[in-house]
Design a protein around this ligand. Structure first.
Ligand SMILES: *[C@@H]1O[C@H](CO)[C@@H](O)[C@H](O)[C@H]1NC(C)=O
Length: 392
């Protein structure tokens, strides 16, 4: 019985296009050969020679030669279970990576090996993550469900994933960030969903995270419930391409990077940045900012890089000369018509610890020949200034 199935299944696999994961199927065939009911000795020499020639893995080849010669087979007692590597049908399982992308799956497959470190379910048609979908996967480090149709996650779906650090959830249909994310999570990418709300307590119990990317979601300022990020320490947050009209006031404290480009932010008000004293990089390009209230930049004195390009500023923001570490300022494509001699640098020997190495001012209605060279006295070299002509 088993031999017949071997003869029918395996050659078919081997003579068809040989997808890269057919070694798994081949092992399955070997397992069937070794099953207790199969009669010995083997007779399909020609087939095995063909199989060995097409195999690319040396280890596998020698293993199979052993089997062919009978040395391994002798050890098999009738009670030992057949060797059957666990791998969901159609997936490729190798080095604790389970690769199930682009298979048209409508749900998370069963039989994922419990030692899996990375589970790739990208580019399928999964609609939902159910309670037991990840049961037993306590070793999982990263999960990608990117580009599916997921709109629903069971509140306990992630409960078994005690060591998961990375979750890639971009390009799905979620309207809110999934609840009960594993406490071990370090990176969450949930770009391009339909998120309108981040509920209070979404990140409670997470402690420290490195990165949350949640751009291209239709979220407004009112979508962040008070306490949405309560208890979370986070390095990097990106909420670009959303529907923000101001800098959200309740984001995690201690952020080092905040990217809010491509929103509809109209102004920076005095207290807007007061919570984010550790910011190194702030991205506010491609907004509608006309006004930066005097003193609002004084809270972010650690800033190294500030992007304000493609806004509607009519003057250089106040407060730049006292920012000790500021090195890069993008101000291009605004409506700035004049640049004062003290707009960037302090008089005399100021507090500046590092010179600027990038200032962009092109695409502004400023007559650059009217700008005094001394304006850039605290710039590392003249190539650091991108001025250009005003063209509109
Ligand atoms: C640019 O600023 C001037 C005033 O300095 C204003 O009259 C004009 O409308 C502004 N243009 C844009 C596109 O905002």
């Amino acid at each position: 019985m088993t031999r017949i199935s071997v003869l029918f299944v395996c050659p078919q696999v081997l003579t068809s296009k040989m997808p890269p994961h057919c070694s798994t199927l081949l092992l399955l065939c070997v397992a069937q050969l070794l099953s207790p009911s199969s009669a010995l000795p083997f007779e399909q020499k020609g087939f095995w020679d063909f199989a060995l020639d097409t195999m690319d893995s040396g280890g596998m080849m020698s293993m199979m030669r052993d089997m062919e010669e009978g040395s391994a087979i002798d050890d098999i007692t009738p009670t030992s279970p057949p060797y059957m590597p666990m791998c969901p049908f159609g997936c490729l399982c190798q080095l604790r990576i389970v690769q199930c992308s682009d298979l048209g799956l409508t749900e998370v497959p069963k039989d994922i090996p419990p030692d899996t470190k990375f589970l790739d379910l990208q580019n399928n048609r999964i609609t939902e993550l159910k309670e037991n979908d990840f049961k037993g996967l306590s070793n999982l480090y990263a999960l990608s469900v990117r580009n599916n149709l997921i709109s629903k996650v069971h509140p306990r779906a992630f409960a078994p994933l005690k060591h998961m650090q990375k979750l890639y959830f971009s390009k799905n249909l979620m309207t809110t960030i999934p609840k009960n994310l594993p406490a071990s999570l370090v990176e969450l990418r949930i770009h391009e969903n339909l998120i309108k709300k981040v509920a209070a307590g979404t990140f409670s119990g997470l402690g420290n995270m490195n990165c949350i990317e949640m751009g291209a979601n239709p979220i407004q300022n009112s979508g962040f419930e008070p306490g949405a990020f309560k208890g979370l320490k986070l390095n990097y947050l990106r909420i670009s391409e959303a529907k923000l009209t101001g800098v959200p006031k309740d984001l995690p404290e201690n952020l080092r990077e905040l990217h809010l480009d491509h929103n509809q932010i109209q102004a920076l008000e005095l207290e807007d940045l007061s919570r984010y004293k550790n910011l190194n990089r702030l991205g506010l390009g491609f907004n509608h900012i006309r006004n930066i209230e005097k003193g609002s930049l004084s809270y972010v004195s650690m800033l190294r890089e500030l992007h304000l390009d493609n806004n509607r500023l009519t003057r250089i923001p106040q407060g730049l000369p006292t920012m000790k570490y500021l090195q890069v300022v993008y101000l291009h494509s605004n409506n700035i018509s004049q640049v004062g001699v003290d707009d960037f640098c302090q008089r005399g020997f100021g507090m500046k610890r590092t010179f600027y190495n990038g200032i962009s001012l092109f695409d502004n209605p400023v007559n650059y020949w009217e700008v005094q060279p001394a304006t850039f006295r605290c710039v590392s070299n003249r190539y650091a200034i991108q001025f250009g002509n005003y063209k509109k």
